[in-house]
Design a protein around this ligand. Structure first.
Ligand SMILES: NC(=O)CC[C@H](N)C(=O)O
Length: 222
């Protein structure tokens, strides 16, 4: 599997994301936000966490207008898988590739801690390595992780089984405890928790490794 990881000025989890893909067995090409094309033959694009463009305007708003974003949108429109983590999730909602918005945490504080999550659906190339309803632990690290959307959109996400993860105990005010959502074709995932920071026991939890291994299994032809 060939993964592309995009770096914006202010990204700080881009190397961690590349390492997580590599640890699962993928080859990784790093892509700069000013590039206008993705590497040929790329199987998945990762948008990392961090503080792209200093979180000015709104988190992810400027990155969503970077030169690489047009190629990213075309890749996703053609069915290409995209994984956006934390700031990457914020970029995906700012591009309109995922519905909703990420508001300031309800408690107005930056939250950095491991949290328990439920895998809300196993029907995706990211989550099929778990049973639906499995409880896992991943770290969060954000000040704008409070997922919101209008009630009709939230109902639709539920009805279409597009909520990927929910918080066991919602730390940030997210509507319906949502921690991650899938696109309509289920091939774009945005999530606030950081699977790339939990790929080995010495990091406190290794549940994130399952997501990357699942991607390898589901996206790599046998
Ligand atoms: N770790 C991250 O990606 C943080 C995202 C964003 N800067 C926030 O604090 O909400």
């Amino acid at each position: 599997m060939h993964a592309a990881v995009i770096t914006f000025p202010g990204s700080n989890c881009d190397r961690d994301l590349a390492v997580a893909f590599e640890a699962a067995g993928a080859r990784v090409t790093r892509v700069w936000h000013k590039d206008t094309a993705l590497p040929a033959g790329v199987d998945i694009v990762g948008l990392p966490g961090g503080f792209s463009f200093g979180d000015y305007l709104r988190c992810g708003a400027i990155a969503a207008r970077a030169p690489i974003t047009r190629a990213l949108a075309e890749f996703a429109a053609a069915g290409g898988p995209v994984l956006g983590i934390c700031n990457g999730f914020q970029v995906l909602v700012e591009t309109g590739m995922l519905p909703g918005a990420l508001l300031r945490n309800a408690g107005l504080k930056y939250i950095c801690k491991p949290v328990a999550l439920q895998v809300a659906t196993a029907e995706s190339p990211f989550t099929s390595g778990w049973a639906q309803g499995a409880t896992i632990t991943l770290p969060i690290a954000h000040h704008d992780g409070n997922y919101t959307a209008d009630p009709a959109t939230l109902d639709r996400l539920e009805a279409e089984d597009r909520i990927a993860f929910t918080y066991a105990d919602t730390p940030n005010g997210s509507a319906r405890g949502i921690a991650g959502v899938l696109s309509e074709n289920r091939r774009v995932l945005g999530m606030m928790p950081h699977p790339e920071r939990a790929i080995a026991p010495h990091q406190g939890a290794a549940d994130g490794a399952i997501l990357f291994r699942t991607l390898l299994d589901t996206l790599t032809p046998a």
